[in-house]
Design a protein. Structure first.
Length: 330
């Protein structure tokens, strides 16, 4: 049985992109990446990085340093309890300054060479796999290989599909949403189809041979096509079914509410000096009110002292409210 995989671009998909990363210390995981990768692995997917690295051809980074950069990436993920299965990269570019790498390559995205190599090396069924990246080259490479594709609109900017560029199957703002899309897609495809009643076959006439009936699991020789040998046709954004759209929307709302609740729990409960002072002042307000009641119910009803105590209570209460208001999250 073949494996299925999530093919991932590297920069601005897994790690921050400062330009050309040429030092392992520059590797910074994007928020939520380890958790998303762990969920994808739990769903049975191989995790494979496929990255254009023209910085090698341009003389910005050597393959040796690039190896240490990828080692650092694996270390950061391992520290979060998740691992990658393979990392493929293409160091070539037709305008490179290093003669050894100055050429085009079938492995350079939008060409699907890296995905095809991974499919051969790891026995991956590309039709059950996904390509996730933040650029048109990633989408084109994934589509040519026969994968479903998800375009990341990184940094909150929706990318426009230019004329002649292939549209992704789905869009997402981060890897967490990628996980939700894939979950909903898998769940919708697991629903058993409604079987149609077979059409009545006419009884064979005397002397005629019964006609053999083909089922979908018995294609004719002319209908058998290897999906990896055919190029995926350009598509527009694949629309969600109403049920899939609703489930994905509810999941996104639930994730946002959890994030807000976590922020409220751990943000507003932090200790601060103004909040402590406000608490002390609030206690003083209560003490002043008790004194006011004493003056009011006392035998000689000391009105002047009652008004003074109430005045102190009012001033202190305003002070406490001011301190609390200053500490509310913005």
């Amino acid at each position: 049985m073949s494996n299925k995989a999530i093919f991932l671009d590297r920069d601005d998909t897994l790690v921050e992109d400062p330009g050309y990363i040429n030092n392992p210390d520059q590797v910074k995981l994007l928020e939520g990446v380890p958790e998303a990768l762990a969920e994808l692995r739990a769903m049975g997917y191989k995790l494979v990085v496929v990255s254009n690295q023209s910085g090698v051809a341009r003389g910005i980074v050597t393959e040796e340093v690039l190896g240490r950069i990828h080692k650092r990436l694996e270390q950061l993920l391992a520290g979060e309890g998740v691992s990658l299965d393979r990392i493929y990269y293409c160091p070539y570019h037709p305008e490179g300054v290093i003669p050894k790498y100055r050429r085009d390559s079938d492995h350079r995205k939008p060409n699907p060479g890296m995905l095809l190599d991974a499919a051969r090396d790891m026995d991956i069924d590309l039709t059950e796999s996904w390509m996730v990246g933040n650029g048109p080259r990633d989408i084109e490479a994934g589509a040519r290989a026969g994968c479903r594709t998800i375009l990341l609109d990184s940094r909150g900017h929706e990318q426009k599909i230019q004329p002649g560029e292939r549209a992704p199957d789905y869009r997402a703002v981060n890897l967490k949403e990628v996980v939700n899309i894939i979950k909903m897609h898998v769940r919708s495809n697991q629903k058993p189809p409604i079987a149609a009643a077979p059409a009545a076959q006419p009884a064979p006439q005397r002397g005629e041979e019964p006609q053999q009936q083909l089922t979908p699991s018995q294609p004719t020789d002319s209908e058998q096509v290897n999906p990896q040998q055919t190029e995926k046709q350009p598509t527009t954004n694949q629309p969600f079914g109403s049920e899939l759209r609703a489930e994905l929307l509810l999941q996104s709302i639930l994730d946002q509410l959890k994030l807000m609740q976590r922020s409220r729990m751990f943000g507003e409960s932090e200790f601060s000096i103004p909040r402590f002072i406000a608490g002390v002042v609030q206690v003083a307000v209560g003490f002043c009110l008790l004194i006011s009641v004493w003056f009011l119910l006392g035998p000689d009803k000391q009105t002047d002292r009652l008004l003074v105590a109430l005045g102190f209570a009012a001033v202190l209460q305003i002070m406490a409210l001011t301190l609390y208001t200053m500490q509310r999250p913005k």
